[in-house]
Design a protein around this ligand. Structure first.
Ligand code: GA4
Length: 335
Protein backbone atom coordinates (compact mmCIF):
# COMPACT_ATOMS: atom_id res chain seq x y z
CA UNK A 1 0.00 0.00 0.00
CA UNK A 2 1.29 3.51 -0.81
CA UNK A 3 2.40 5.81 1.99
CA UNK A 4 -0.16 8.61 1.83
CA UNK A 5 0.45 12.32 2.27
CA UNK A 6 -1.66 13.95 4.95
CA UNK A 7 -4.06 15.35 2.35
CA UNK A 8 -4.31 12.07 0.47
CA UNK A 9 -4.91 10.28 3.75
CA UNK A 10 -7.73 12.69 4.47
CA UNK A 11 -9.25 12.01 1.09
CA UNK A 12 -9.08 8.33 1.76
CA UNK A 13 -10.55 8.93 5.17
CA UNK A 14 -13.61 10.49 3.61
CA UNK A 15 -13.97 7.55 1.30
CA UNK A 16 -14.22 5.11 4.14
CA UNK A 17 -17.22 5.36 6.39
CA UNK A 18 -16.53 5.29 10.13
CA UNK A 19 -18.62 2.81 12.05
CA UNK A 20 -20.42 2.99 15.36
CA UNK A 21 -18.45 2.17 18.54
CA UNK A 22 -18.52 -1.49 19.40
CA UNK A 23 -19.03 -3.76 22.35
CA UNK A 24 -16.00 -4.84 24.33
CA UNK A 25 -14.36 -8.21 23.74
CA UNK A 26 -16.29 -11.02 25.32
CA UNK A 27 -14.37 -14.10 24.30
CA UNK A 28 -16.81 -16.29 26.21
CA UNK A 29 -19.40 -15.45 23.55
CA UNK A 30 -17.27 -16.96 20.79
CA UNK A 31 -18.05 -20.68 20.63
CA UNK A 32 -14.96 -22.88 20.58
CA UNK A 33 -14.76 -26.41 19.19
CA UNK A 34 -11.97 -28.94 19.51
CA UNK A 35 -12.07 -30.96 16.27
CA UNK A 36 -11.15 -34.15 18.11
CA UNK A 37 -13.69 -33.76 20.89
CA UNK A 38 -16.26 -36.61 20.71
CA UNK A 39 -18.89 -33.89 21.18
CA UNK A 40 -17.54 -31.80 18.27
CA UNK A 41 -20.47 -32.40 15.92
CA UNK A 42 -23.01 -31.31 18.55
CA UNK A 43 -21.01 -28.21 19.46
CA UNK A 44 -20.53 -27.28 15.80
CA UNK A 45 -24.27 -27.51 15.08
CA UNK A 46 -25.08 -25.46 18.17
CA UNK A 47 -22.58 -22.74 17.18
CA UNK A 48 -23.83 -22.64 13.57
CA UNK A 49 -27.43 -22.32 14.75
CA UNK A 50 -26.83 -19.72 17.41
CA UNK A 51 -24.00 -17.61 16.00
CA UNK A 52 -23.03 -18.87 12.54
CA UNK A 53 -19.43 -18.74 13.68
CA UNK A 54 -16.97 -20.66 15.85
CA UNK A 55 -13.32 -20.97 16.70
CA UNK A 56 -11.74 -24.29 15.77
CA UNK A 57 -8.88 -25.56 17.93
CA UNK A 58 -6.86 -28.76 17.78
CA UNK A 59 -7.61 -28.85 14.07
CA UNK A 60 -4.67 -30.95 12.95
CA UNK A 61 -3.32 -28.49 10.36
CA UNK A 62 0.44 -28.17 10.96
CA UNK A 63 1.48 -24.64 11.96
CA UNK A 64 4.19 -24.54 9.30
CA UNK A 65 1.57 -24.15 6.55
CA UNK A 66 0.32 -21.00 8.26
CA UNK A 67 3.72 -19.48 8.98
CA UNK A 68 5.06 -20.26 5.50
CA UNK A 69 2.15 -18.50 3.88
CA UNK A 70 2.24 -15.62 6.34
CA UNK A 71 5.91 -15.01 5.47
CA UNK A 72 5.23 -15.18 1.74
CA UNK A 73 2.24 -12.87 2.06
CA UNK A 74 4.27 -10.28 3.96
CA UNK A 75 6.92 -10.50 1.25
CA UNK A 76 4.26 -9.83 -1.38
CA UNK A 77 2.57 -6.91 0.40
CA UNK A 78 5.95 -5.26 1.08
CA UNK A 79 6.60 -4.95 -2.67
CA UNK A 80 6.45 -1.52 -4.37
CA UNK A 81 2.91 -0.46 -5.21
CA UNK A 82 3.59 -0.47 -8.96
CA UNK A 83 4.67 -4.10 -8.81
CA UNK A 84 1.60 -5.16 -6.83
CA UNK A 85 -0.67 -3.23 -9.19
CA UNK A 86 0.65 -5.32 -12.05
CA UNK A 87 -1.32 -8.29 -10.66
CA UNK A 88 -4.53 -6.26 -10.49
CA UNK A 89 -7.19 -5.05 -10.71
CA UNK A 90 -9.21 -7.91 -9.22
CA UNK A 91 -11.73 -8.90 -11.88
CA UNK A 92 -12.64 -10.67 -9.63
CA UNK A 93 -9.23 -12.33 -9.11
CA UNK A 94 -5.98 -10.48 -8.63
CA UNK A 95 -4.52 -7.76 -6.42
CA UNK A 96 -6.80 -5.04 -5.07
CA UNK A 97 -6.24 -2.04 -2.88
CA UNK A 98 -9.00 -0.23 -0.95
CA UNK A 99 -11.70 -1.02 -3.51
CA UNK A 100 -13.78 -4.07 -2.65
CA UNK A 101 -15.96 -5.57 -5.37
CA UNK A 102 -17.04 -3.33 -8.23
CA UNK A 103 -19.94 -1.39 -6.77
CA UNK A 104 -18.22 1.34 -4.80
CA UNK A 105 -17.27 -0.38 -1.53
CA UNK A 106 -13.97 0.65 0.00
CA UNK A 107 -11.93 -0.37 3.02
CA UNK A 108 -8.51 0.14 4.59
CA UNK A 109 -7.23 -3.07 3.09
CA UNK A 110 -5.15 -4.49 0.28
CA UNK A 111 -5.65 -8.05 -0.85
CA UNK A 112 -5.03 -10.87 -3.25
CA UNK A 113 -7.98 -12.89 -4.50
CA UNK A 114 -7.16 -16.25 -6.03
CA UNK A 115 -9.39 -18.95 -7.52
CA UNK A 116 -8.76 -22.43 -6.15
CA UNK A 117 -10.21 -24.03 -9.26
CA UNK A 118 -7.39 -24.90 -11.70
CA UNK A 119 -9.94 -25.06 -14.56
CA UNK A 120 -10.70 -21.36 -14.36
CA UNK A 121 -8.75 -19.80 -17.18
CA UNK A 122 -8.23 -16.13 -18.03
CA UNK A 123 -7.97 -15.19 -14.40
CA UNK A 124 -5.28 -13.10 -12.79
CA UNK A 125 -4.59 -16.01 -10.43
CA UNK A 126 -2.13 -17.58 -12.91
CA UNK A 127 -0.46 -14.24 -13.42
CA UNK A 128 -0.04 -13.79 -9.65
CA UNK A 129 1.87 -17.07 -9.54
CA UNK A 130 3.97 -16.21 -12.60
CA UNK A 131 4.92 -12.85 -11.10
CA UNK A 132 6.05 -14.27 -7.78
CA UNK A 133 8.78 -16.69 -6.70
CA UNK A 134 7.81 -20.38 -6.80
CA UNK A 135 7.81 -20.39 -2.99
CA UNK A 136 4.75 -18.17 -3.01
CA UNK A 137 2.81 -20.66 -5.11
CA UNK A 138 3.98 -23.60 -2.96
CA UNK A 139 2.96 -21.76 0.20
CA UNK A 140 -0.52 -20.92 -1.16
CA UNK A 141 -1.13 -24.40 -2.57
CA UNK A 142 0.22 -26.17 0.50
CA UNK A 143 -1.93 -24.08 2.81
CA UNK A 144 -5.11 -24.47 0.74
CA UNK A 145 -4.57 -28.24 0.42
CA UNK A 146 -4.24 -28.66 4.19
CA UNK A 147 -7.15 -26.34 5.01
CA UNK A 148 -9.44 -28.06 2.50
CA UNK A 149 -8.91 -31.46 4.14
CA UNK A 150 -9.78 -30.00 7.52
CA UNK A 151 -12.75 -28.17 6.02
CA UNK A 152 -14.19 -31.43 4.58
CA UNK A 153 -14.07 -32.92 8.05
CA UNK A 154 -15.88 -29.91 9.54
CA UNK A 155 -18.58 -30.08 6.85
CA UNK A 156 -19.04 -33.80 7.49
CA UNK A 157 -19.38 -33.21 11.22
CA UNK A 158 -22.04 -30.59 10.42
CA UNK A 159 -24.04 -33.13 8.40
CA UNK A 160 -23.57 -35.77 11.07
CA UNK A 161 -24.56 -33.37 13.82
CA UNK A 162 -27.71 -32.45 11.92
CA UNK A 163 -28.60 -36.15 11.79
CA UNK A 164 -28.18 -36.43 8.01
CA UNK A 165 -27.28 -39.99 6.92
CA UNK A 166 -25.31 -38.86 3.88
CA UNK A 167 -22.28 -37.50 5.68
CA UNK A 168 -20.89 -35.84 2.55
CA UNK A 169 -23.96 -33.75 1.55
CA UNK A 170 -22.02 -30.54 2.11
CA UNK A 171 -18.42 -31.68 1.68
CA UNK A 172 -19.05 -33.24 -1.75
CA UNK A 173 -19.87 -29.78 -3.13
CA UNK A 174 -16.61 -28.29 -1.98
CA UNK A 175 -14.67 -31.45 -2.96
CA UNK A 176 -16.13 -31.40 -6.48
CA UNK A 177 -13.61 -30.76 -9.27
CA UNK A 178 -15.84 -27.94 -10.42
CA UNK A 179 -16.26 -26.43 -6.94
CA UNK A 180 -16.32 -22.66 -7.26
CA UNK A 181 -14.12 -21.92 -4.27
CA UNK A 182 -11.67 -19.10 -3.79
CA UNK A 183 -9.03 -17.83 -1.45
CA UNK A 184 -8.05 -14.39 -0.26
CA UNK A 185 -5.11 -12.85 1.55
CA UNK A 186 -6.08 -9.62 3.29
CA UNK A 187 -3.52 -7.13 4.55
CA UNK A 188 -4.78 -4.33 6.79
CA UNK A 189 -1.94 -1.84 7.19
CA UNK A 190 -1.78 0.12 10.43
CA UNK A 191 -3.13 3.62 10.07
CA UNK A 192 -2.30 5.91 13.02
CA UNK A 193 -2.99 9.16 11.15
CA UNK A 194 -6.39 8.40 9.71
CA UNK A 195 -7.37 6.40 12.73
CA UNK A 196 -6.77 9.37 15.04
CA UNK A 197 -9.04 11.55 12.92
CA UNK A 198 -11.65 8.88 12.83
CA UNK A 199 -12.01 8.29 16.58
CA UNK A 200 -10.55 4.83 16.25
CA UNK A 201 -13.13 3.27 13.98
CA UNK A 202 -11.64 2.91 10.57
CA UNK A 203 -13.28 0.18 8.55
CA UNK A 204 -10.86 -2.32 7.05
CA UNK A 205 -13.55 -4.52 5.52
CA UNK A 206 -17.17 -3.47 5.91
CA UNK A 207 -19.93 -5.62 7.36
CA UNK A 208 -21.15 -8.45 5.17
CA UNK A 209 -22.01 -12.11 5.06
CA UNK A 210 -20.09 -14.53 2.83
CA UNK A 211 -22.11 -15.90 -0.10
CA UNK A 212 -20.46 -19.37 -0.20
CA UNK A 213 -21.07 -22.49 1.92
CA UNK A 214 -18.26 -22.05 4.42
CA UNK A 215 -15.35 -19.72 5.08
CA UNK A 216 -12.23 -20.73 6.99
CA UNK A 217 -10.20 -17.84 8.35
CA UNK A 218 -6.80 -17.67 9.96
CA UNK A 219 -5.15 -14.43 11.00
CA UNK A 220 -1.96 -13.21 12.60
CA UNK A 221 -1.98 -11.88 16.17
CA UNK A 222 -3.57 -8.51 15.32
CA UNK A 223 -7.19 -8.02 16.32
CA UNK A 224 -9.86 -6.42 14.12
CA UNK A 225 -12.40 -9.12 13.29
CA UNK A 226 -15.87 -8.57 14.73
CA UNK A 227 -19.01 -10.63 14.44
CA UNK A 228 -22.62 -9.57 14.77
CA UNK A 229 -24.73 -11.36 17.37
CA UNK A 230 -28.49 -11.92 17.34
CA UNK A 231 -28.91 -9.43 20.19
CA UNK A 232 -27.70 -6.68 17.86
CA UNK A 233 -24.21 -6.28 19.31
CA UNK A 234 -20.84 -6.42 17.58
CA UNK A 235 -18.30 -8.58 19.37
CA UNK A 236 -14.55 -8.41 18.84
CA UNK A 237 -13.01 -11.79 18.16
CA UNK A 238 -9.70 -12.13 20.05
CA UNK A 239 -7.09 -13.16 17.45
CA UNK A 240 -5.46 -16.56 17.76
CA UNK A 241 -2.86 -17.34 15.11
CA UNK A 242 -2.87 -21.03 16.04
CA UNK A 243 -6.59 -21.55 15.39
CA UNK A 244 -9.12 -21.22 12.61
CA UNK A 245 -12.39 -19.33 12.61
CA UNK A 246 -15.29 -20.86 10.71
CA UNK A 247 -18.10 -18.77 9.18
CA UNK A 248 -21.42 -20.12 7.95
CA UNK A 249 -22.05 -18.73 4.44
CA UNK A 250 -25.39 -17.79 2.83
CA UNK A 251 -25.48 -21.03 0.80
CA UNK A 252 -25.27 -23.15 3.94
CA UNK A 253 -28.07 -21.10 5.48
CA UNK A 254 -30.28 -21.99 2.50
CA UNK A 255 -29.27 -25.68 2.43
CA UNK A 256 -30.25 -25.97 6.10
CA UNK A 257 -33.47 -23.98 5.48
CA UNK A 258 -32.38 -21.31 7.93
CA UNK A 259 -31.28 -23.64 10.75
CA UNK A 260 -27.71 -22.40 10.32
CA UNK A 261 -27.29 -18.63 10.03
CA UNK A 262 -24.71 -16.93 7.87
CA UNK A 263 -22.81 -14.59 10.17
CA UNK A 264 -22.44 -10.88 9.55
CA UNK A 265 -18.85 -9.82 10.20
CA UNK A 266 -16.45 -6.96 9.55
CA UNK A 267 -12.85 -5.94 10.20
CA UNK A 268 -11.64 -2.71 11.81
CA UNK A 269 -8.12 -1.50 11.04
CA UNK A 270 -5.58 -1.16 13.85
CA UNK A 271 -3.65 2.00 14.69
CA UNK A 272 -0.26 0.43 15.16
CA UNK A 273 -0.18 -3.18 13.96
CA UNK A 274 -0.79 -4.68 10.57
CA UNK A 275 -3.32 -7.46 10.35
CA UNK A 276 -2.92 -10.33 7.91
CA UNK A 277 -5.66 -12.85 7.31
CA UNK A 278 -6.03 -15.79 4.96
CA UNK A 279 -9.50 -17.01 4.10
CA UNK A 280 -10.63 -20.05 2.17
CA UNK A 281 -14.19 -19.77 0.80
CA UNK A 282 -15.69 -23.17 -0.01
CA UNK A 283 -18.33 -22.89 -2.71
CA UNK A 284 -20.38 -25.35 -4.80
CA UNK A 285 -20.07 -25.88 -8.58
CA UNK A 286 -21.67 -23.06 -10.59
CA UNK A 287 -24.48 -25.27 -11.92
CA UNK A 288 -25.46 -26.60 -8.47
CA UNK A 289 -29.08 -26.03 -7.48
CA UNK A 290 -29.11 -24.48 -4.02
CA UNK A 291 -32.09 -25.63 -1.97
CA UNK A 292 -32.83 -26.96 1.52
CA UNK A 293 -31.79 -30.60 1.89
CA UNK A 294 -34.87 -32.85 1.69
CA UNK A 295 -33.28 -35.15 4.30
CA UNK A 296 -33.37 -32.29 6.77
CA UNK A 297 -36.90 -31.07 6.25
CA UNK A 298 -39.69 -32.19 8.52
CA UNK A 299 -42.92 -33.43 6.88
CA UNK A 300 -44.82 -30.15 6.78
CA UNK A 301 -41.78 -27.95 6.36
CA UNK A 302 -41.52 -25.77 3.28
CA UNK A 303 -38.48 -24.15 1.77
CA UNK A 304 -37.98 -20.57 2.89
CA UNK A 305 -36.25 -19.83 -0.40
CA UNK A 306 -36.99 -19.66 -4.11
CA UNK A 307 -35.10 -22.04 -6.41
CA UNK A 308 -31.76 -20.82 -7.65
CA UNK A 309 -28.36 -22.07 -8.74
CA UNK A 310 -25.05 -21.01 -7.24
CA UNK A 311 -24.28 -19.27 -10.54
CA UNK A 312 -27.42 -17.12 -10.19
CA UNK A 313 -26.70 -16.32 -6.57
CA UNK A 314 -23.09 -15.48 -7.25
CA UNK A 315 -24.07 -13.16 -10.10
CA UNK A 316 -26.54 -11.36 -7.84
CA UNK A 317 -23.90 -11.17 -5.09
CA UNK A 318 -21.35 -9.57 -7.38
CA UNK A 319 -23.95 -6.99 -8.40
CA UNK A 320 -24.65 -6.10 -4.78
CA UNK A 321 -23.03 -3.78 -2.27
CA UNK A 322 -21.02 -5.40 0.51
CA UNK A 323 -23.50 -4.68 3.30
CA UNK A 324 -26.64 -5.71 1.37
CA UNK A 325 -28.84 -8.53 2.58
CA UNK A 326 -28.12 -10.73 -0.43
CA UNK A 327 -30.44 -13.56 0.54
CA UNK A 328 -33.50 -11.41 0.93
CA UNK A 329 -34.52 -11.31 -2.78
CA UNK A 330 -34.29 -15.12 -2.77
CA UNK A 331 -36.63 -15.54 0.18
CA UNK A 332 -40.12 -16.81 -0.68
CA UNK A 333 -41.69 -14.18 1.53
CA UNK A 334 -40.09 -11.43 -0.59
CA UNK A 335 -42.70 -12.07 -3.33
C1 GA4 B 1 -17.47 -11.52 0.37
C2 GA4 B 1 -16.77 -12.88 0.55
C3 GA4 B 1 -15.49 -13.01 -0.30
O1 GA4 B 1 -14.45 -12.20 0.26
C4 GA4 B 1 -15.74 -12.54 -1.77
C5 GA4 B 1 -16.15 -11.07 -1.71
C6 GA4 B 1 -16.37 -10.36 -3.04
C7 GA4 B 1 -15.13 -9.56 -3.48
O2 GA4 B 1 -14.37 -9.08 -2.66
O3 GA4 B 1 -14.99 -9.41 -4.70
C8 GA4 B 1 -17.61 -9.45 -2.83
C9 GA4 B 1 -18.22 -9.88 -1.45
C10 GA4 B 1 -17.54 -11.20 -1.14
C11 GA4 B 1 -19.76 -10.02 -1.49
C12 GA4 B 1 -20.49 -8.98 -2.38
C13 GA4 B 1 -19.66 -8.51 -3.58
C14 GA4 B 1 -18.66 -9.59 -3.95
C15 GA4 B 1 -17.39 -7.95 -2.84
C16 GA4 B 1 -18.75 -7.41 -3.10
C17 GA4 B 1 -19.11 -6.17 -2.87
C18 GA4 B 1 -14.55 -12.87 -2.65
C19 GA4 B 1 -17.03 -13.13 -2.25
O4 GA4 B 1 -17.17 -14.17 -2.87
O5 GA4 B 1 -18.09 -12.31 -1.91
Amino acid sequence: MVVLSHQAALNQFFLIKPCKPTTTTLSTQIPEVNLFDPEAKTLIVKACQEVGFFKLVNHGVPMEYMTNLENEAHRFFKKPQSEKDRTGPPDPFGYGSKRIGSNGDVGWVEYLLITTNPDVISSNSHFIFQQNPQNFRYAVEGYIGAVKRMCYEVLELMADGLGIKQRNVFSRLVKDKKSDSCFRLNHYPPCPEVQALNRGNLVGFGEHTDPQIISVLRSNTTSGLQIYLRDGSWVSVPPDHTSFFINVGDTLQVMTNGRFKSVKHRVLADTTKSRLSMIYFGGPPLSEKIAPLPSLMSTQEESLYKDFTWCEYKKAAYNSRLGDNRLQPFEKSSG
